[in-house]
Design a protein around this ligand. Structure first.
Ligand code: PMP
Length: 482
């Protein structure tokens, strides 16, 4: 793989680019596409070629892509093994669409997938192929546990993101649904109890247990608990392993199925093949999508066989048999496994986090740097703010000025989070783009700059990513101070 060129050279339009076509396509997109479009608003790019970490736009500009299809591209763009697997199916004359019928391609995908799962889970696992998006697999998981338990309520977490269809949306943090009981997700910087660390996580666990055991809590015994082992869209919040084990024992002791949504954390991303492996937790249901399709749409749930009591057709859909996605996905899973890319993500992610931590010390507008493996977030805050922002932390900190915090008898100055700074995060994202680096924003206030590079990223590329991000933050910090 080639070492990236200095960003000045890459981000400048090259002679090969056609900036007229680029502008025209962008203009037509904004005239014709929905107001609900998302990434297209903040990333005025028209990708025409891509390989690994690099995307080339119609205007000839080249970018390092740390958005990676919102974490989909475990092997980056157009990896040779993925292209070969797709070509093999196309050349074989195999049917491309067969609903949920058995095919050799599907058989091979399922075997490869089961081979990667924790053995204690795989030994008794069933798989349901769902409609092609992660959100459909979330719907299937909710339906499965509701059918199996005969109960309807759901436990879900603050800041969660599970998708955009009705049930998945209900389970996500932005929703206000009576069937969903919202529990505190542990986090250090904006700990709802104001203390963070293992003690903050333990208080979150105790709150969960007490809600379930208090006969007057107003929370009926739920059908299941759904959680992300690392909240991605919620702002890159890794759940402490001890807390995850507490969620497992709390649910197990009360016969509540535990659903791990590994749509974004799966396939090596966090440093183990599946993120639940860090804690040793064996969930009852796993929701999988994104990377399992090797860049094509594919979503499944895998679950313990005794939950398999729903009726034929209970969760159907025309597009449950994407042969190309299964072939691309099987090739991706095998490549990640054979090349130890989960361990590589752990090692490289720790190095990048270490380098980024020094940014937090250097720039007061960096509130926290956090992550697990190659799922990394940098939270931008407003060090001089006196304005109130919508509260996301404890009542004690919401809207408080830095001086108030220093006087806070409960928190002290060091533990106090500063107000989120979405405008600075957006400025950093734009400054990254100017430097030829594509990043995403996430978090409660869109104040977290997120990195989700492919697991195949080289040391040199990782260094270039950190350099460009650091340079972008420095530039934004300079203007913010001016
Ligand atoms: N769960 C998680 C954890 C996700 O991150 C996402 C997408 N970002 C989804 C579910 C929904 O997946 P999709 O966008 O494919 O519906």
């Amino acid at each position: 793989m080639t070492v990236p060129a200095p960003y000045e050279g890459e981000a400048r339009a090259s002679a090969a680019g056609d900036s007229g076509a680029h502008e025209g396509i962008l203009r037509r997109q904004s005239a014709r596409e929905s107001a609900a479009r998302t990434y297209a608003r903040s990333l005025p790019i028209v990708p025409v070629r891509a390989r690994g970490l690099t995307i080339e736009g119609a205007d000839g500009r080249r970018y390092l892509d740390c958005l990676s299809g919102a974490g989909t591209l475990a092997l980056g763009h157009n990896h040779p093994v993925v292209l070969e697997a797709i070509r093999k199916v196309l050349d074989s004359g195999a049917p491309l669409h067969v609903l949920d019928l058995a095919t050799p391609v599907k058989d091979a995908f399922t075997t490869e997938l089961f081979g990667t799962l924790p053995p204690a889970f795989a030994d008794r696992a069933r798989i349901q192929f769902c409609g092609p998006a992660g959100t459909d697999a979330v719907e299937a998981a909710l339906k499965l546990v509701r059918t199996a338990t005969g109960r309807s309520g759901l436990l879900a977490f603050t800041g969660a993101y599970h998708g955009m269809t009705a049930g998945a949306l209900e389970a996500s943090g932005g929703a206000q649904d009576v069937r969903v009981t919202r529990l505190p997700y542990p986090q250090d910087y904006r700990c709802p109890f104001g203390i963070g660390g293992p003690r903050g996580a333990e208080l979150a666990a105790r709150w969960t247990a007490s809600l379930l055991d208090d006969t007057k809590s107003g929370v009926p015994r739920p059908a299941g608990m759904i959680l992300e082992p690392v909240q991605g869209e919620g702002g890159v919040l890794p759940a402490p392993d001890a807390w995850l084990r507490r969620m497992r024992s709390i649910t197990e002791e009360r016969s509540i199925p535990l659903i791990a949504d590994e749509v974004q954390t799966g396939v090596g991303r966090t440093g183990t093949f599946w993120a639940v492996e860090h804690s040793g937790v064996v969930p009852d249901v796993m929701v999988l999508s994104k990377a399992i399709g090797g860049s094509l749409p594919l979503a499944v749930i895998v679950y313990r066989d005794d939950l398999d009591v729903w009726r034929p057709g209970a969760h159907a859909g025309t597009f449950r048999g994407n042969q190309l996605a299964m072939a691309a996905g099987a090739a991706t899973l095998a490549y990640v496994r054979e090349h130890g890319l989960a361990a590589r993500a752990a090692e490289l992610g720790a190095r990048m986090l270490g380098q980024l931590h020094s940014l937090a010390k250097e720039f007061p507008c960096v509130g926290e740097v956090r992550g697990r493996g190659l799922m990394i977030g940098v939270e931008l805050v407003d060090p001089g703010a006196t304005e109130t922002i919508p509260p996301s932390g404890s009542a004690a900190t919401a809207g408080a000025t830095p001086t108030d915090r220093a006087d806070d008898p409960l928190l002290g100055a060091s533990a106090a989070p500063l107000p989120a700074a979405p405008h600075l995060a957006a400025a950093v994202r734009d400054a990254c783009l100017d430097r030829g680096l594509i990043v995403e924003l996430g978090g409660r206030h869109s104040s977290v700059v997120r990195l989700l590079p492919p697991l195949t990223i080289t040391d040199e590329q990782a260094a270039a990513v950190v350099d460009r991000l650091a340079d972008a933050i420095a530039a934004v910090a300079r203007t913010a101070q001016a």
